[in-house]
Design a protein around this ligand. Structure first.
Ligand SMILES: Nc1ncnc2c1ncn2[C@@H]1O[C@H](COP(=O)(O)OP(=O)(O)O)[C@@H](O)[C@H]1O
Ligand SMILES: [Mg+2]
Length: 164
């Protein structure tokens, strides 16, 4: 499912919608260029989990952020600064893979194969100053249903660019 976001607020709302539907053990893999909206979306997602969105940061050097104030723990990883995949082994990230919370990974393409299987993959494309294309790819039945429900509600249709 592809959506066009026409403002930062719309991207935040999309994140919130996803956050409201997150379940324990969910893995969401985010890809897209710098400035395409991954962190803003994650802020919305945190909001949807009941976490103060302001707590979600775009880190310079921190790779993993843990937020435990919400309905489920949110583990937010950002691999922008990862230079070599070998560095991953030193980070001891396995404990976040146990499935007790929601794992959101920015720059997931830099750690391909090293993360748990995604339930939902989300790709962000810069289309213009205020416009982003957001492509949701459900990898399991649960997320397929969530996306299908939104399509049925109809409010997606006018910006829906088609299936993928
Ligand atoms: N429709 C939009 N969706 C998301 N971000 C947008 C949009 N329009 C403008 N922006 C701006 O683009 C930037 C996105 O930054 P960020 O979420 O940190 O990107 P990333 O994490 O992908 O590097 C923000 O400054 C935001 O205000
Ligand atoms: Mg970011």
């Amino acid at each position: 499912m592809q959506l066009i976001s026409q403002s930062p607020a719309q991207t935040f709302e999309l994140g919130k919608w996803i956050g409201e539907h997150c379940q324990q053990g969910d893995v969401l893999l985010l890809t897209g260029e710098l400035g395409s909206g991954k962190t803003l979306f994650t802020k919305g997602l945190a909001g949807g989990l009941g976490i103060d969105a302001e707590r979600v940061l775009s880190p310079s050097f921190t790779i993993i952020f843990e937020h435990t104030q919400g309905r489920l723990p949110l583990y937010h990883m950002d691999f922008y600064r990862l230079n070599r995949i070998e560095e991953l082994e030193d980070l001891g990230l396995e404990r976040y893979f146990a499935g007790d919370g929601v794992l959101v990974v920015e720059w997931a393409d830099r750690v391909a194969g090293a993360m748990p299987a995604a339930g939902l993959a989300i790709h962000f494309d810069w289309q213009g100053e205020q416009e982003r294309r957001i492509v949701f790819s459900a990898k399991n039945d649960y997320w397929q249903n969530v996306l299908a429900q939104r399509r049925q509600r109809g409010d997606v249709r006018k910006t829906d660019q088609g299936e993928r």
